[in-house]
Design a protein around this ligand. Sequence first.
Ligand SMILES: [Zn+2]
Length: 333
Amino acid sequence: MNVEFLKDVLSIPSISGNESMLRDYIVEFAIENEIDYVLDKKGNVYLTKGKDKVTLGEYYPCVVSHIDTVHRSHIDLINDKRRLDIVENVKGDLIAYNPLTNEQTGIGGDDKCGVFVCLSLFLHMDILKGAFFVEEEIGMLGSREACGEFFKNVGYAIQFDAPSANWITEVCSGVKIFDDEFKDNVKTVLSEGGYTKFSNDPFTDVNQLAQKFNFNCLNLGCGYYDQHRDTEYVVIDEVKKALHMGINLLHHLGINDYERKDIPKEDYNFGDDYGYDWKESDFDIDFLSNGNPYDQEKSSKIVDAVIEMYNDGYDKDDIKLFITEFLSLEDDE
Ligand SMILES: [Zn+2]
């Protein structure tokens, strides 16, 4: 794995709504490596490699990451077109300093580690699509507008957006992102690479993809820790594990279609182990783990409302109360 390339990607500041530096970097990468790229009007970037090798009726694998981070203080760097200083701490992990303040700041491994893994996979594979979404952190606003045309010949999607190198999202905001057959298919490959922990998480972009499209999705850990905090750090070896996992999965699954067969009736059961904390507050979504019957419409209503309340400045307790009342009202119907 090219560690200098990893540091290069991590050094680019990018925050929700101000992703231009990282978007430009991905476009330049595509041009340099002769990979087709398109941007949509939302600012998402889509890469396609191997058009000449794929014929009508065949399917691409697609790798996914988001290009925004929560670290709002990086806006001054973006305005000055400056990079973060990436350094190794005493343990050999990567952390970031803001060169304008000389203080440690969030490195944005969430999800620039994912961006690095996805770009690296383009260097390893002959046939691949990649989607790089904006504004994931403020409610998956980029992937909500994911381009249907781009995904119509995608056979499965693998996102890299979770901490550590042993993390597999199974249910995302109440949406099951792969079926049992797919799970059986990938379980051995995953565990051979050290991925054994299936988890129940709040958002990431494959939540949107799984609701819009009918292919199986995965979301895997890619080596970041303490996400959303100034102390955020990246474990190089674990990014490497994520990259190897990606290579192994793409070889194992190939260029086939994996349609999801058990599109769901799930229970609300958000895990709290993700530690998703909406910036500095300790907001997490474990309060939904009360076994209420799942339906997709209810799930997206709640997600929308929570995002709106969060953006309007409501605190955790208000939001919790709202959801409790919302669920009990719906259950009375
Ligand atoms: Zn993320």
